[in-house]
Design a protein around this ligand. Structure first.
Ligand code: ADP
Ligand code: ADP
Length: 226
């Protein structure tokens, strides 16, 4: 686990668009922080800078005790969960979960331990040998989360992971993510434009507007304050 610190983080795209205009934020060890705000407010840009998928044009990002501005995504000890599941269609669920770990030359026994634990946590044990095409949308989304969990990262970064699911599934996956958070207590930064999703999941909400922080607080402080 690790804390995440943003110090006056900025992003100006090559076309001159100022997407993020100086954001400072401390995310504690084990805390679940949701970035929420209207389309175009800079959520995704900010998350992608923490992930290393977008260059940082100002300020600093720290994950745990490392300043990561110059580190590749793979060296940042984070795992991302996206809305498109990005599973390999020709591989079984088990192979999908094992793939990234095999690339890191991890011993087979350790890979097996991690897959068993993730499968138990996500209740996907019964379909480890199926291919993604044989799974429902919700099951595929669980496997996508499984791929993040088996990495045992210092932090999870979620980029609107539920936005492709139908309303009913979204509600049940929300509950699933909350349950996982209680169990794993991994530091998480979660992006959504859905206020209900934000309220249900967040320990703390960060409301962005126009590339800046508009409000920070618990869901009750942000949404229920008179
Ligand atoms: P959100 O995730 O909140 O919808 P984004 O971070 O995607 O917002 O975008 C923030 C702003 O930056 C928007 O005005 C968007 O149009 C702009 N933007 C996003 N990506 C690029 C890019 N590659 N080049 C130029 N502008 C971009
Ligand atoms: P691939 O990304 O090709 O499916 P890997 O899991 O080996 O297969 O990932 C390639 C690179 O991307 C590795 O450096 C790995 O650390 C990184 N990576 C893989 N999955 C994630 C993830 N969920 N979040 C962040 N980085 C990831």
């Amino acid at each position: 686990m690790a804390s995440i610190t943003l110090q006056d983080v900025r992003k100006t795209y090559p076309n001159g668009q100022e997407a993020v205009k100086g954001i400072s934020l401390d995310i504690a060890d084990g805390e679940f922080v949701v970035l929420v705000g209207p389309s175009g407010c800079g959520k995704s840009t900010l998350l992608r800078m923490v992930a290393g998928l977008e260059t940082i044009t100002g300020g600093e990002v720290r994950i745990g005790d490392r300043w990561v501005n110059d580190l590749e995504p793979a060296d940042r000890d984070i795992a991302m969960v996206f809305q498109n599941y990005a599973l390999y269609p020709h591989m079984s669920v088990r192979q999908n979960l094992a793939y990234g770990l095999k690339n890191r030359k991890m011993p087979a026994s350790e890979i097996e331990r991690r897959i068993s634990e993730a499968a138990r946590a996500l209740e996907i044990e019964t379909y480890l040998d199926r291919k993604p095409g044989q799974l429902s949308g919700g099951q595929r989304q669980r496997v996508a989360m499984g791929r993040a969990i088996v990495r045992e990262p210092a932090a999870f970064l979620f980029d609107e992971p539920l936005s492709n699911l139908d309303a009913k599934l979204r509600v049940s996956m929300r509950a699933e993510i909350r349950r996982l958070q209680k169990r794993l207590k991994t530091t998480s930064l979660y992006v959504t434009h859905d206020q209900l999703e934000a309220m249900t999941l967040a320990d703390r909400l960060v409301v962005l507007n126009g590339g800046q922080v508009e409000q920070v607080g618990t869901p009750i402080e942000v949404y229920e304050r008179p």
